[in-house]
Structure formats: structure tokens, C-alpha cells
Design a protein around this ligand. Structure first.
Ligand SMILES: C[S@@+](CC[C@H](N)C(=O)[O-])C[C@H]1O[C@@H](n2cnc3c(N)ncnc32)[C@H](O)[C@@H]1O
Length: 257
């Protein structure tokens, strides 16, 4: 079982659902640019709640999702394969898919280059690899708020201490090169500028998901956790009109010649 830093709770699944709604149009646009057509065999790696599988089905794709979290399998629309993408080379057939996709999965694995190599092997000749991942350095508020600065210290600190790269999205072209895939044919950068009022819920949900790890790493105490959760509620009310910048969602596409 891989070590998923965000935990596997009902709250985390609900957070994934809300996050997927935010990025649905950015992903739909990239799938269309990548040429997803009716009848294409599509694979969603780290499919989570299956939100991207729904976008693929809506475009006529024949869809398989892989996730290590078996409790998600029942909810997805399509075939579900329980597999660990860090280990299972043969979870699905090599060359078996016209489109292999992964959103916010490479950020969670110890060796993203090895996972990209595996995903590339699953692409059929003439098929396409599509990856989207975060650069989380942009998370901020304007004017600045100490509660958001503290989110960055704890959330990004816990990620980095777990050996994950908070800027992975920006590294995608370099990772494609290291995996022997070659430079992306297309890249895409999508941002979201919200307000503290409409972003506080996501900040609190991500903080709650990472808190057990941050506690274990001694980045926070239980008292600091509880105080922060109360401060973000206050900030949403008092400074609700401050601008809130989300992570950048960065996409890369490469067709197999
Ligand atoms: C941040 S969620 C993204 C879910 C979905 N791709 C989306 O964008 O809505 C990451 C997902 O990757 C899965 N995951 C993490 N490590 C994995 C691994 N080694 N093999 C397969 N799935 C994994 C998690 O269980 C989780 O569902």
C-alpha cells in the first residue's frame, strides 16, 4: 500500500469531489485538445472519485480507472482496477490504451519518473499521454493573511518532509524527458483566483487531511491545529473579500509516434 499523504477518510473523499468540480473545465479542455474521440480506450491513473472518468465517458471514451484506494472503486462509472501504480507494471495491458491520463497522482508518488515510464508503456502506438499536476507555490492571499502563511508552512512543509515536490507541475517537461517520453507536444497552465470566503473551505479541508502527518512530523501541536482551524473560519468572515490564489494546475500532453 503506498503512503498517500492526504489520508483515506470520508472527508478526504468529499474534498476530492469538490476539488474535481473546480478543475473539471480545465481537464475537459485538455482532453479535447489531446483529441479524445468516441470509442477511445481511456485509462485514468489514480482515478479517485472517478470525476475525470465521467468526462471521458461523456466524450464517448471506454474507460478504465486505477486506484490503490479500493473504497473508491464502487463509485466510479466504468471498469475499476485496484492497483498500486508505483509497483504494478501489469495492472493493465501494455499498449492497451488510446489515452492514458493522470491528474494529481505524480505529486503523491515517491518516484514520478518511474510512474511516468509505466504510464507511457500503457499508451498504444499512436495514442496519447495526458498529465495534470499542481505547482502549489502560488497558494497565497492578497492582501496577505497570516493564516494563509501558516497553511503554507504546515501543508507545504509536511509535503516536502514526506519527500514530495510541491512544484511538480512545473517540472513536468523535465520529468517527461527523464522518463524517455520526450518533450510535451502541448502544455497548459490553469489558475484560479478566488476570495478568502470561497477558498477557506478548501484550505481547511487540505489542512485537516494533512494534519495527522504534520503532527507526526512535529510541525504542529494539537493546540496549534485547533487554533488554526478556528482562525481560518474567522478569516473567511472578517477578510472574506481578500483575493485567494489557488495552486496552478499544469498539464502536459505527448502523442506516441
Ligand atoms: C489527489 S487524488 C486525485 C484524484 C483524481 N485523479 C482527481 O484528480 O480528482 C490522488 C489519488 O491517487 C491515488 N493514489 C495515490 N497513490 C497511488 C498509487 N501508488 N497507486 C494508485 N493510486 C494512487 C489516491 O488514492 C487518490 O485517489
Amino acid at each position: 500500500m503506498s503512503d498517500y499523504v492526504m489520508g483515506r477518510t470520508t472527508e478526504e473523499h468529499e474534498r476530492l469531489r469538490r476539488q474535481a468540480e473546480v478543475w473539471a473545465s480545465a481537464t475537459a479542455r485538455l482532453l479535447d485538445r489531446a483529441g479524445l474521440s468516441p470509442g477511445d480506450r481511456c485509462l485514468d491513473v489514480g482515478c479517485g472519485t472517478g470525476a475525470v472518468m465521467d468526462l471521458m465517458v461523456a466524450r464517448g471514451g471506454v474507460v478504465t480507472g486505477i486506484d490503490v484506494d479500493v473504497s473508491l472503486g464502487a463509485a466510479v462509472d466504468g471498469t475499476f482496477v485496484r492497483a498500486d501504480v508505483e509497483r504494478d507494471d501489469d495492472a493493465v495491458p501494455a499498449g492497451g490504451f488510446d489515452l492514458v491520463f493522470g491528474r494529481l497522482i505524480l505529486l503523491h508518488v515517491a518516484d514520478p519518473v518511474a510512474v511516468l515510464r509505466r504510464m507511457w508503456r500503457w499508451v498504444a502506438p499512436g495514442g496519447v499521454l495526458v498529465v495534470q499536476d499542481y505547482d502549489m507555490r502560488t497558494v497565497d492571499s492578497y492582501p496577505p493573511l497570516s493564516v494563509v502563511d501558516e497553511w503554507r508552512r504546515v501543508f507545504l512543509g509536511a509535503y516536502a518532509a514526506a519527500g514530495r515536490d510541491i512544484r511538480l507541475g512545473t517540472r513536468l517537461p523535465a520529468l517527461f524527458a527523464q522518463a524517455g517520453i520526450g518533450a510535451p507536444d502541448t502544455t497548459d497552465v490553469t489558475g484560479r483566483l478566488g476570495t478568502t470566503a470561497d477558498s477557506a473551505g478548501m484550505l481547511a479541508a487540505t489542512y485537516r487531511s494533512i494534519a495527522p502527518l504534520a503532527l507526526a512530523q512535529s510541525l504542529i501541536t494539537e493546540t496549534q491545529r485547533d487554533e488554526w482551524l478556528s482562525e481560518i473560519d474567522t478569516a473567511a468572515r472578517v477578510y472574506g473579500d481578500h483575493t485567494a490564489m489557488w495552486p496552478l494546475l499544469i498539464g502536459a500532453v505527448r502523442r506516441k509516434g
